[in-house]
Design a protein around this ligand. Structure first.
Ligand code: PRP
Ligand code: MN
Ligand code: MG
Length: 182
């Protein structure tokens, strides 16, 4: 159906809650990087919303770049083996890199990405994620900025998809079981 209203079970985070948290995160980031140029790296495609909303709140001098990655192999996602679909255009030597993600689920994507970017000679690499699911973690990732810790449920919206849909919802919601069990 074109109307996705029936596909949602409940709203987990409202647009207002997200915006308030973004204000707080941006303040922290501005303070932590005062006087420094930051290269903000968004991980396509999920991070598009948080990237756009976060950088517009920063007063620091920032550059933006993007990576697209994909888990290798068949079966369930996040094998931990990652393939680069689109690499950065930017040289990382001596840069302060801030990776921006929509969600950390198992942590496998970011754990790989962190090691990959750290090997390129940056001055620093930190992570900002809007959502994190502590109960789904398979590896511990040291994350500097976390918007919200959320339960281990299927969430969509604010960049997060189910079969590429629902990314455009301005809030984070849980998906009704009939959508994915049909
Ligand atoms: C999702 C999400 C994170 C990653 C988190 O991306 O946006 O990038 O999975 O999972 P992990 O912590 O278990 O590794 P996905 O691979 O679905 O691509 P997308 O951003 O294009 O939706
Ligand atoms: Mn993603
Ligand atoms: Mg996805």
């Amino acid at each position: 159906p074109a109307d996705m209203g029936d596909d949602l079970e409940r709203v987990l985070l409202t647009e207002e809650q997200i915006n308030t948290r973004l204000d707080e995160l941006a303040q922290q980031i501005d303070a932590d990087y005062a006087g420094k140029d930051v290269l903000v790296v968004g991980v396509l495609k999920g991070a598009v919303m948080v990237m756009a909303d976060l950088v517009r709140r920063l007063h620091n001098s920032v550059e933006m770049d993007w990576m697209a990655v994909s888990s290798y192999g068949s079966g369930t996602k996040s094998s931990g083996v990652v393939r680069i679909l689109k690499d950065l255009d930017t040289d990382l030597i001596g840069r302060h890199v801030l990776i921006v993600e929509d969600i950390i689920d198992s942590g496998l994507t970011l754990s790989w990405l962190l090691a990959n970017l750290r090997s390129r000679g940056p001055e620093s690499v930190e992570i900002a994620t809007m959502l994190r699911k502590p109960d789904a973690a398979k590896v511990e990732v040291d994350v500097r900025y976390v918007g919200f810790d959320i339960p281990n449920e299927f969430v969509v919206g604010y960049g997060l998809d189910y079969a590429e849909k629902y990314r455009n919802l301005p809030f984070v919601g849980t998906l009704a079981p009939h959508v994915y069990s049909a």
